[in-house]
Ligand binder design. Structure first.
Ligand code: HEM
Ligand code: U51
Ligand code: U51
Length: 479
């Protein structure tokens, strides 16, 4: 009877005056949820064609208003009164990480993160990351058998190296036990592979069992060297500081343990995949590879200290921006906690209803918008370069200059806190691989593997399959 009432209530919803076009789909309650989850990019571009830059869809009992006009993103994201991040992240934390934190305050968490990932601490973290990348690289087969070619998948190669180095930097291992890294990486990949399903609650029973098992083992591995959770036993000062932060918020002990896995995903889940796409694009676009190698050679001739590497690589920066434009695809979701009026540039007004959700998807616009970027599906390494070699920042849509032509980090008050750390790590890694390795495709004809469409929404995309590469240490003289 309750169910019937719920169905009747949902059935009654219809578009009111001044509300965005409403598209409920044919399936009761579920609406468009399946199509949304299977391939959000495809689904949302279909809806965009049908309805324009703003519309409301039903997905699993929820009404989600989707906004795809980048000129409105700022105004929307700055209204944290009416649009709430907390309730959405609460649901996701529970589903993905089995984590509840009743006193959790995203604002103070953000402030705490900033202390570490901005300013002087950032410089230290980046240095430590550089050292750990070198350390991790030196333990690979290829570094230990000079002259000998190794083969393998580029995705695994990038993800495992960046993950291990990042893990050493932020979490650390017990008594220099580097074998722990292999275990953590393996369990993390199992878990990471199931995250999208957990978030949508579409996992099969067997998958649920696997995910929870990996979670359990990761909680254990992350909980420090000693038996109990004493802060002293933890491997790194960042992790200790995080624990103290949680304790100051009176998060209970079990949740403290579980929150470590959330942080592991937040800090390590994106850089590896980003580095994969970047190197993959270079390997499949020889003119881009040439341009990057030329830039590196000129840096070496000028004997730039590594610290300057961050500032003097316009070509590599453009390649990275282009990679993120094509493969960074977070879905920015907020809960509407007060009725709200949205104003379009054209002067039109749309009502948002309290209790609905609002989603922005910068991947569709500005990133893949053909009115802003010509041939948007194509990788063009110099898309973000001016003719004089400086960074290109002017992009137009219908004659109007765009404030945002690329939004891999989101925008406004919740913009990615870790973006400088991520960029630094990716650039260090790419530089290290290109200067230390002979790196080539196993099959010169191979193309980039396709994107896994079920991961739209979760940050950096991942491939289905991998790109087979061959690599060996460069003879010392030629590096
Ligand atoms: C938030 C993307 C790497 C930490 C975000 C958001 C995006 C994003 C789009 C905004 C979410 C929203 O507004 O709903 C990326 C991409 C990365 C990356 C593309 C790598 C290529 C990292 C790293 C860290 C990190 C390495 C940590 C060291 C965070 C945190 C937030 C966030 C803590 C939440 C900020 C807040 O709630 O105010 N990220 N990120 N991210 N990111 Fe990243
Ligand atoms: O939200 C539910 O209860 C299930 C809805 C399942 C269908 C789509 C999920 C989408 C839509 C838009 N509803 N909220 C947004 C959700 C996207 C989730 C991806 C978030 C990834 C977050 C990673 C931290
Ligand atoms: O629904 C949203 O608005 C969040 C979608 C965000 C998707 C990807 C952004 C992630 C990844 C890891 N990139 N940077 C980190 C960012 C995580 C943000 C913390 C959100 C907490 C969600 C709890 C599951």
């Amino acid at each position: 009877k309750g169910l019937l009432a719920v169905i009747l209530i949902y059935k009654r919803r219809c578009r009111r005056e001044n509300e965005p076009p409403l598209d409920k789909g044919y399936i009761p309650w579920l609406g468009h949820a399946l199509e949304f989850g299977r391939d959000a990019a495809k689904f949302l571009s279909r809806m965009k064609k049908k309805h324009g830059d703003i519309f409301t869809v039903r997905a699993a009992g929820r009404y989600v208003t989707v906004l795809l006009d980048p000129n409105m993103y700022d105004a929307v994201l700055s209204d944290t009164e009416a649009l709430d991040f907390k309730s959405v992240s609460k649901v996701l934390m529970q589903r993905m990480f089995s984590l509840t934190m009743p006193n959790h305050d995203p604002a103070s968490e953000r402030a705490w993160m900033k202390q570490h990932f901005h300013g002087p601490s950032l410089v230290q973290l980046c240095e430590s990351m550089q050292n750990n990348l070198q350390l991790v690289f030196s333990t690979t087969d290829v570094a230990q058998n000079p002259q000998q070619w190794s083969t393998g998948g580029l995705f695994s190669f990038c993800y495992s190296l960046l993950f291990r180095a990042g893990y050493l930097t932020l979490f650390g291992v017990c008594e220099n036990d580097v074998t722990q890294l292999d275990t953590v990486y393996e369990e993390f990949r199992k878990f990471d592979g199931l995250l999208a399903k957990l978030a949508r609650q579409t996992e099969k029973r067997e998958e649920r069992r696997m995910a929870r098992g990996a979670q359990e083992r990761l909680w254990q591995l992350l909980s420090g060297c000693g038996a109990g959770q004493s802060t002293r036993a933890l491997g790194s000062s960042w992790q200790r500081s995080y624990l103290e932060h949680l304790q100051s918020e009176e998060v209970e002990e079990e949740s403290q343990r579980r929150a470590m896995l959330l942080q592991l995903w937040v800090t390590q889940g994106n850089a590896g995949p980003a580095a994969f796409w970047l190197l993959g694009f270079l390997l499949t676009h020889p003119e881009a590879m040439c341009a990057v190698r030329a830039e590196i050679r000129s840096l070496q001739l000028q004997r730039h200290p590594l610290a300057n590497l961050q500032k003097h690589t316009p070509v590599l920066d453009s390649v990275l921006s282009e990679t993120l434009r094509l493969r960074a695809a977070a879905l920015i979701t907020r809960e509407v906690v007060q009725d709200k009026v949205l104003q379009t540039g054209a002067g039109q007004e749309y009502l948002l209803r309290r209790g609905d959700r609002l989603c922005l998807f910068p991947f569709l616009s500005p990133q893949m918008d053909p009115q802003i970027h010509r041939e948007p599906e194509k990788f063009k390494y110099d898309r973000f370069l001016n003719a004089d070699g400086t960074e290109k920042k002017d992009f137009f849509k219908g004659g109007v200059r765009m404030k945002y032509c690329n939004m891999p980090w989101g925008a406004g008050s919740n913009m990615c806190v870790g973006r400088h750390f991520a960029v630094s790590g990716i650039k260090q890694f790419v530089y290290m691989m290109l200067t230390n390795l002979d790196l080539e495709l196993c099959d010169q004809q191979s193309t980039m593997p396709p994107v896994n469409p079920s991961r739209y929404g979760f940050g950096m995309l991942q491939p289905i399959g991998d790109l087979e590469i061959r690599y060996r240490l460069k003879p010392a003289s030629s590096s």
